[in-house]
Design a protein around this ligand. Structure first.
Ligand code: GDP
Length: 196
């Protein structure tokens, strides 16, 4: 698909409000501030598509972007939920798990983590749910430009090692929206998942 053709389709406050479950979609998830909006904006070459959040954890909506009639990108709510009440946090956790487990058109999950803080508690939870739902996961170690090549490469190897038990269901790469690092690698994964 042409990722630059992405247009906003709709927002869902909960799984029951998602658009028709047909065709193919790929979802993006990450803790607040992981660089998810920047990655989606950079992938689609659209600075305004996924608003770069200045208030972590505020947008608790699943946003759908259409690439073609039957291909979609999905922006899942940034988790971390800095200042969100516990009850809201729990409800969103439930919705995320529900979406991952029930969405038929979902082909894979792109899980974004700041390269300096990979595999936090919630990342592990998302990984667990995705694997339980038989969903492949592609991990983006974001803001790779914040580290020198050596340390970034070490983190990449370390995360690969820590996810080795999942076999080829999990892949890992370095990514920088700022320096446009890892774009081709990401697009190859998305293309394969969104292929009919
Ligand atoms: P989100 O909350 O996951 O959507 O994160 P954002 O995309 O809003 O990014 C959070 C912060 O990290 C912002 O200040 C971005 O400018 C910064 N950021 C995102 N991607 C990169 C990157 O590739 N390199 C650097 N240096 N900063 C980034």
């Amino acid at each position: 698909p042409d990722y630059r053709a992405a247009t906003f389709l709709t927002s869902a406050g909960k799984v029951s409000q998602c658009p028709e479950d047909s065709g193919w979609e790929v979802a993006f998830a990450g803790r607040s501030n992981a660089g998810k909006s920047s990655a989606i904006n950079s992938l689609t070459a659209n600075k305004k598509l996924a608003r770069t959040s200045k208030t972590p954890g505020r947008t608790q909506l699943i946003n759908f972007f259409e690439l073609s009639e039957n291909q979609r990108l999905v922006d899942l709510p940034g988790y971390g939920f800095a200042k969100v009440p516990l009850a809201v946090k729990r409800e969103w956790t439930r919705q995320l798990e529900n979406y991952l487990q029930t969405r038929e058109s979902l082909r894979g999950l792109v899980l974004l983590m700041d390269v300096r803080h990979p595999l936090q508690e919630f990342d592990r939870q998302m990984l667990g749910w995705a694997i339980a739902a038989d969903m492949p996961v592609h991990i983006l170690l974001t803001k790779a430009d914040k580290l020198k090549n050596g340390p970034a490469g070490n983190t990449l190897l370390q995360v690969r090692k820590q996810t080795r038990d999942y076999g080829d269901r999990v892949s890992v790469q370095l990514f920088s929206a700022l320096k446009h690092t890892g774009h081709k690698e990401l697009i190859a994964v998305l293309d394969a998942w969104l292929m009919d």
